[in-house]
Design a protein around this ligand. Sequence first.
Ligand code: LEU
Length: 84
Amino acid sequence: MPQNVVLPGPAPWGFRLSGGLDFNQPLVITRITPGSKAAAANLCPGDVILAIDGFGTESMTHADAQDRIKAAGHQLCLKIDRAE
Ligand code: LEU
């Protein structure tokens, strides 16, 4: 079941991504920096990012997604799906 996670800004958020439209792969979190905002928000490697600040990621290239994340200021809102 998708869930919304809100990280308080500013960056750095403390995670890395793989995938995107140009890779024909879902946008997935691959690494969480220990002690980061992403870690505090309980994000995990393997989490699929479905939306960034309300924008669906299905039409985003890897660079588009990074740009969206970098554009976030006072908070970053991610809709994620986690395999249980
Ligand atoms: N590495 C960046 C950060 O932790 C996020 C990246 C996906 C733009 O703030």
